[in-house]
Design a protein around this ligand. Structure first.
Ligand SMILES: Cc1ncc(COP(=O)(O)O)c(C=O)c1O
Length: 383
């Protein structure tokens, strides 16, 4: 936000009562109960007399947090024993390289789907290696306003895998089903990981940075179907080999302990407060339905994303002029609503509805949108 008149670091009100309504695209809103629990144990975690930030990564406490987090992910996603779950650093971006390095070798065919900004970055990452990469489907023909139908794509039978981005954070589209395909599917789920129930049957590897739905930046969760491990290329650097981190239980080198600890708290919140992914998915659906319905029924706002492809997590929309969009963002900010500007490459507006965003927050936004639309605006450049 560049609307503050003073430096963002100038001391201001830090009280809990003055929290804003946060729709940032990630890092973004965290569940308040999680913040409260972290606050309560900040000086003394679980009787250790230390904060989690001060405990050695080799201690039983940190290893237990890592192990319990992996178990909770398996349980919540009903993965059974078919997947390994590891916690890495380097963000979603490092996975753009680790995926092709681990699951293909020099000259191998790898198939990718281009659904816009992050899918393209994954493609560029893999293209920097000596692979035979083909973009087998793309939504570029309609400005990435939809996702290709996975039942209609032509894969190369020899390709080692298909890579796709399940939720497209920048353009606001989402794949909802993953059919049985003849080659392994690898999904970047950075912006919809653990936001609802998914069927993992046809997925071979899932990766997601934590800072949208399950925590803070600094940790990336990677789920790897065990049978994929046998396919990992030899001769990749030890640090970049998934097997290294599986063998060492995500503690091969100093892990991002505090970030994993927050993920652990969020997983506990999903499991114990919310009641699991089915429940959470319902809440997320309700939030998205409410906002799309508001946008679609209001002529001042336009969501160009095709209905069947709309993201439950990132709602993108435009107003008739850039001037009005600026006003909308500014007035939202003044009303205590932050993070509604679109991605810098696209402009417009974007509202992110990750797990930490409450239904109440969306209701407040919808009310604000209604008031904004009714407000007389005098002569603006569109009149
Ligand atoms: C879908 C998706 N993949 C990957 C990334 C890149 O992640 P990171 O910034 O953690 O490298 C992002 C960033 O927002 C994203 O939205």
């Amino acid at each position: 936000m560049n609307m503050q008149l003073t430096s963002p670091l100038t001391q201001k009100n830090s009280s809990k009562q003055h929290r804003v309504i946060n729709f940032y695209p990630g890092p973004g809103a965290l569940p308040l109960p999680v913040l409260e629990r972290v606050h309560a144990e900040l000086f003394n975690f679980n009787g250790t007399g230390m904060s989690v930030m001060e405990i050695s990564h080799r201690s039983p406490e940190i290893q237990s947090i890592i192990d319990d987090s992996a178990e909770r992910i398996k349980r919540l996603m009903e993965l059974g024993e078919q997947f390994e779950v590891i916690f890495l650093q380097g963000g979603g971006s490092l996975q753009f390289l680790m995926v092709p390095m681990n699951f293909s070798g020099s000259g191998d065919q790898i198939d990718y789907i281009d659904t816009g900004y992050w899918a393209e970055k994954a493609i560029r990452g893999a293209q920097s290696l000596d692979r035979d990469l083909e973009i087998i489907a793309s939504s570029a023909d309609r400005d990435h306003s939809y996702v290709p139908d996975l039942n209609k794509i032509s894969l190369r039978p020899e390709a080692k895998y298909l890579h796709l981005c399940s939720n497209n954070t920048v353009v606001g589209t989402q794949f909802n089903q993953f059919p049985n395909l003849p080659i392994p599917i690898i999904a970047d789920m950075s912006s919809d990981f653990m936001s609802k129930v998914i069927d993992p049957t046809n997925l071979s590897c899932i990766y997601a940075h934590a800072q949208k739905n399950v925590g803070l930046s600094g940790v990336t969760v990677v789920l790897i179907r065990k049978e994929m491990l046998a396919k990992i290329s030899e001769n990749i650097p030890e640090f970049l080999d998934y097997r290294t981190h599986i063998k060492r239980k995500s503690n091969y080198h100093t892990p991002p302990c505090f970030s994993i600890y927050i993920t652990w708290h969020i997983l506990r919140w999903i499991e114990e407060d919310i009641g699991g992914l089915k429940q959470l998915g319902k809440i997320n659906q309700e939030k998205a339905d409410l906002l799309y319905q508001c946008i679609d029924s209001n002529p001042l706002f336009d969501c160009a994303v095709e209905k069947a492809s709309r993201s439950q997590m990132n709602v993108v929309f435009t107003l008739p002029t850039q001037e009005l969009e600026k006003q909308f963002i500014q007035e939202a900010f003044e009303a205590g609503i932050v993070g509604v500007e679109g991605h810098r490459t696209r402009g417009g507006c974007r509202v992110s509805l990750y797990n930490g965003v409450t239904l109440k927050a969306v209701e407040a936004l919808v009310e604000f949108i209604g008031k904004f639309a009714k407000k007389p605006r005098g002569t603006t450049s569109e009149s």
